[in-house]
Design a protein around this ligand. Structure first.
Ligand SMILES: C[S@@+](CC[C@H](N)C(=O)[O-])C[C@H]1O[C@@H](n2cnc3c(N)ncnc32)[C@H](O)[C@@H]1O
Length: 295
């Protein structure tokens, strides 16, 4: 199984500065990278962690046990959108820090049963939460053409969204990732296929994944919940991997009455980190602090 290397971990520790009996929320536990970093940095900190994917959760859980940190973590197999109610359930009023590392983990990307990657032939699933109601198959085979177009255009920022949506509808049923890749390939002019920097299916796959997992709506809900969940002086750090996510975070921090941005520009990985972990290359971290007094 592929190892997931945590992204911008030193920067997260720098901004969150975990110390003495503080409580942190890791909204996206994944393989446990950031949670382990916090617990390793501070012996008396406590982490509440959220993860919708039970496979990732069990990988992280094993590492946490292995390190002997299990008494300082509570893991919820739930969406981070339930943050406020779970903080209360765990017996806390507010927390000192929140981190969210959005997107997929490497474990999910390489799992041939999940359908996240255009490089493996898999059933069209793409659910991070396997109990979710909507799969990529539903989006591809059931959505009307105009809705597919909107999703691929908006979430994928794909210039050939119209043609791709049309061809998807004409080629139904589409059952596997490779069948979908072929439809996308036929929808993009040969010149554009040759000159694209990234794989021609990247944008459409990203768009469908965002729709299946309601990723942008969830980020918005997280932003709203974080205002209420953080103690005064508490901090939130969000690592995003594409411009739509980053825009939601940036705009929310700008307009919030009680979250003050600490990073004017997003923090990006160093050259050295990108060399070690190429997956980190598009990561952007924004951090804000909950002000003492609400203006
Ligand atoms: C990029 S990975 C996190 C990796 C982790 N920070 C680490 O270093 O190992 C993102 C994780 O968030 C999970 N996730 C996505 N949306 C979620 C949600 N709404 N609630 C909880 N977990 C979510 C995904 O299943 C995935 O495992």
């Amino acid at each position: 199984m592929a190892e997931h290397i945590p992204v911008l971990s030193d920067e997260i520790l720098y901004y969150l500065g975990p110390k003495g009996n503080r409580v942190y929320v890791d909204c996206t536990l994944g393989a446990g990278g950031h949670t382990l970093a916090i617990l390793g940095k501070c012996e008396s900190c406590f982490v509440l962690a959220f993860e919708v994917d039970p496979i990732a959760l069990s990988v992280a859980e094993r590492k946490i046990f292995w390190m002997g940190y299990e008494r300082r973590v509570r893991i919820f197999n739930e969406s981070y959108v339930n943050l406020l109610e779970k903080i209360e359930e765990a017996g806390f009023e507010r927390v000192d820090g929140i981190i969210a590392d959005l997107g997929l983990s490497s474990l999910q990307l390489v799992d041939v049963n999940r359908g996240f990657s255009y490089l493996h032939d898999s059933p069209l699933d793409m659910r991070m939460d396997p109990s979710g109601n909507v799969t990529a198959w539903d989006v591809v085979n059931r959505y009307p053409e105009f809705k597919l177009y909107e999703i691929i255009k908006k979430y994928g920022e794909e210039p050939f969204a119209k043609k791709i949506a049309r061809n998807i509808v004409l080629n139904r049923p589409i059952n596997t990732t490779f069948e979908l890749v072929e439809v996308i390939r036929k929808s993009i002019p040969p010149k554009a296929l040759r000159t694209r920097k990234r794989h021609f299916a990247t944008r459409t796959f990203q768009a469908i994944r965002i729709e299946v997992n309601q990723e942008l709506a969830n980020i918005q809900k997280l932003m709203e919940a974080s205002e209420k969940a953080l103690k005064p002086g508490g901090r939130i750090g969000v690592i995003s991997f594409h411009s739509l996510e980053d825009r939601i975070v940036k705009n929310f921090f700008r307009s919030s009455k009680c979250l003050k941005p600490l990073t004017k520009k997003p923090v990006t990985p160093t050259y050295e980190e990108i060399r070690r972990n190429p997956r980190s290359r598009s990561a952007k971290l924004r951090v804000a602090e909950r002000s003492e007094v609400i203006e």
